[in-house]
Design a protein around this ligand. Structure first.
Ligand code: G1P
Length: 311
């Protein structure tokens, strides 16, 4: 059982982003702005904060803008320098100096498990982290650091879990768990990808952060397609959870702030929330938002609100 500290992060970014069409026809969904940065930059920043500065992006067709974003842009930098715009210059340079970013292409879109398998030559025989771009984790709630601690203690693999309402569990990988002597850590005994809510083993959803034992690659190499005809990472983890040599699998039960950017409505909620909390823009934005909400509220709702506020 390996208990080495984690250095490498794998970020699968080959998805087509069909839920956001036509916005994502020529722009990768990971490049959609969340307030003033592409969604993916939040994820890369999170990895770097947790000390994972070797980052491998598993990309696909039409993902060149991602590579450009995490690279230098000399023309732009020179133009900003000439203008003396130091603030924007440092913002532009920031995204080119975040860790050591590598790329590998996933030729065929065969699923998340297959994307992770594409990372095998780069990762080698050491534990590594996987971060999915649709989940943003608030920097004030350092989930990856906690997962690394759990990995140090138990070895094997660690998944991030969040309790969701029973009717939503069918949107996620779902874990059957047993408690440990630590409140936020559970032992995972089984996993199922996007179960029918009526037969789901729990309401613990796997959210997009994983620390994986490299033994997962052997499982992925022979894994048959699962849900949706895709090679599922959840199915490979299920095998690790029941394996004596490449297990165990533990879960960190996360109760912090997670922002979903996976579909249009969640994305909009994330943008509004992060804009309202933004250091420079937040104050004015909140004032505008308050007026907008009050102005657009039907009179009955306004009466109800004032009753609640007075009570
Ligand atoms: C993927 C995983 C799923 C996990 C989810 C977290 O699903 O397959 O197990 O719960 O990410 O966001 P997707 O949302 O890509 O369909």
């Amino acid at each position: 059982m390996r208990r080495t500290s984690i250095q490498k992060a794998v970020i699968p970014v080959a998805g087509l982003g069909t839920r956001f069409l036509p916005a994502t026809k020529a722009t990768p969904k990971e490049m959609l702005p969340v307030v003033d940065k592409p969604a993916l930059q939040y994820v890369v920043e999170e990895a770097c904060r947790a000390g994972l500065d070797d980052i491998l992006m598993v990309t696909g067709r039409n993902k060149r803008p991602l590579e450009d974003h995490f690279d230098r842009n000399w023309e732009l930098e020179e133009a900003l320098e000439r203008k003396g715009d130091a603030t924007r210059l440092s913002r532009v340079r920031e995204s080119a100096s975040m860790g050591d970013v590598h790329y590998v292409r996933q030729g065929d879109p065969l699923g998340l498990g297959h994307a992770v398998l594409c990372a095998a030559p780069h990762v080698g025989n050491e534990p590594f982290a996987v971060l999915l771009g649709d989940d943003l984790i608030d920097p004030r709630d350092p989930l990856l650091t906690r997962m690394s601690e759990v990995h140090q203690r138990f070895g094997g693999s660690v998944v991030a879990l969040m309790e969701v309402p029973a009717e939503q569990i069918g949107l996620y990988g779902c874990a059957a768990t047993a408690p440990t002597d630590v409140e936020d850590i559970v032992r995972v005994s089984d996993l199922v990808e996007k179960p029918d809510p009526r037969t789901a083993p729990s309401n613990y959803a796997v959210i997009g952060r994983y620390i994986l034992d490299p033994g997962i690659f052997d499982v992925l190499r022979t894994l048959l397609p699962g849900r949706g005809g895709e090679i599922q990472l959840t199915d490979a983890l299920q095998q690790l959870a029941q394996s004596t040599s490449a297990g165990p699998v533990h879960g960190v039960v996360f109760t912090g702030r997670r922002y979903d950017t996976g579909d249009r409505a969640d994305y909009l909620r994330t943008v509004v929330r992060l804009a309202a909390e933004h250091q420079e823009l937040g104050q004015d934005f909140r004032a505008w938002l308050r007026t907008y909400v009050l102005d657009s509220m039907p009179a009955d709702d306004l009466d109800e609100l004032s009753t609640v506020l007075v009570a």
